[in-house]
Ligand binder design. Structure first.
Ligand code: FAS
Ligand code: PHB
Length: 392
């Protein structure tokens, strides 16, 4: 079997890329290791920058998003009994963020691809490659117990941090930048109305975040040890800790409810450069992981594949390779700005076990400065709503 672009992974990166290529008449096949039900049920991100919402609109896929999403006009930060309210549109000439679960984005993208007759092979695990830097690159994958080969003109590695594409690049080609934070996030999805604003807390006992997925579904997180087992946290223990860290000790604000999903996510930053080897191009989590504090992972994946799709359009239409040759540098400029912002938000809002009293006071001092500085709040706001996309 042959296709112009072999895409590994049916997450946001792979699915957005498939739609962008289909729109340009470029043939592609998506190979996804998991079942459709599995990828559609995976609870992850929830905050969409305007650029990601615009992409859904450009692809004609935003009808349900517009009907079901929430729009956030502010974020709050709580510390030492104080409240920082960051007015997003007031500080960014009218910009806001959209709340719509990643699993809903994935459902919409999959349904549309299948309706268009697009090829998505589920339960098709990629096991190897051939000729990545040659004239006939190929993907080997396993499906229904049989080995298959897909020959491609180009391969897009959109298979996430634990995928196989990045590891197929020979030693000595990639430089990996890895920064693991000394804590994790215990996240829950709960059947409970969210509080008024997206709210972060830097409490002596640790970070907490009260987020949302809809007017009836909350998404909350508390900082835990990096190797914490979610089984150690009963529902009561989670809710009690969240009330305390959010300065809601009298439980008058945060609504409790049935917990639908509970899990621990590591907090790390990772970047692999370059995001290309021969005919293999990496996009999304396959190339980089941003600390979840910035709510950027999905949005960065969408930004990568916008750049890749534009480069592939030029390549297949005219044979021009300039945009493909610039792909990695173009994406990495945005990646490092977004990693920096997410690293800063993580450093500002979490309790670091190894912090000295001096470092703890520096952290509180920075929050106090943010409380009183429009300029400092504008910096957070312009990154939170999403930096402008480069006209590469
Ligand atoms: P994905 O990981 O979404 O998709 C990769 C796909 O490739 C998967 O479906 C996988 O099954 C498939 N795959 C892997 N190996 C394969 C193989 N060998 N063959 C075929 N297919 C293969 N971001 C935020 O902004 N906010 C959050 O709160 C947030 N929470 C997160 C929680 C968790 C537990 C995780 C893991 C990530 C979270 N993220 C969050 C980041 C997340 O949203 C990613 O940035 C986003 O999924 C990136 O999309 P993709 O690059 O498409 O990778
Ligand atoms: C989320 O809802 O998953 C979320 C929201 C804001 C963040 C991180 C994650 O900063």
């Amino acid at each position: 079997m042959h296709t112009q672009v072999g895409i590994i992974g049916a997450g946001p990166a792979g699915l957005f890329l498939a739609h962008l290529l289909y729109r340009e008449g470029i043939d592609c096949v998506v190979l996804e290791a998991r079942s459709r039900a599995y990828v559609e049920d995976r609870v992850r991100a929830g905050v969409l920058e305007q650029g990601t919402v615009d992409l859904m609109h450009e692809l004609g896929l935003d009808e349900r998003l517009r009907r079901e999403c929430m729009v956030d006009h502010a974020i709050d930060m709580r510390f030492s009994g104080k409240l920082i309210h960051i007015d997003l549109p007031g500080l960014t000439a009218g910009k806001v963020v959209t709340i719509y679960g990643q699993q809903e984005v994935v459902k919409d993208l999959i349904a549309a691809r299948i309706a268009d007759g697009g090829r998505i092979e589920f339960e098709a695990e990629v096991t190897g490659f051939a000729d990545l830097d040659g004239a006939k690159p190929a993907i080997r994958y396993c499906k229904d117990g049989a080995e298959h080969t897909l020959t491609c003109d180009i391969i897009a590695g959109c298979d996430g941090f634990h995928g196989v594409a990045r590891t197929a690049i020979p030693d000595g080609v990639l430089t990996a930048y890895d920064h693991v934070f000394p804590f994790g996030w215990l996240g829950v999805l709960a059947e409970a109305p969210p509080i008024r604003e997206m709210t972060y807390a830097n409490h002596d006992r640790g970070f907490a975040l009260c987020s949302r997925r809809s007017p009836k579904i909350s998404r909350h997180y508390v900082q835990v040890a990096p190797d914490e087992d979610a089984a150690n946290w009963s529902d009561d223990r989670f809710w009690n800790e969240l009330h305390v860290r959010m300065n809601d000790a009298d439980k008058s604000e945060i609504n409790e409810g049935k917990i639908l999903q509970k899990g621990v996510t590591p907090v790390r930053a990772f970047v692999a450069a370059p995001m290309r080897y021969g005919k293999l191009f990496l996009a999304g989590d396959a190339a980089h992981i941003v600390p979840p504090t910035g709510a950027k992972g999905l949005n960065l994946a969408a930004a990568d594949v916008r750049v890749l799709a534009r480069a592939l359009m030029a390549y297949f239409r005219t044979g021009a390779t300039e945009r493909l040759d610039r792909y990695s540098d173009t994406c990495l400029r945005r990646v490092w700005k977004v990693v920096r912002y997410s690293w800063h938000m993580t450093s500002l809002l979490h309790r670091f076990p190894a912090h000295s009293a001096f470092e703890r006071n520096i952290q509180i001092g920075e929050l106090d400065y943010l409380l009183g500085s429009r300029a400092a709040q504008q910096t957070i706001a312009e990154n939170y709503v999403g930096l402008p996309l480069e006209d590469d």
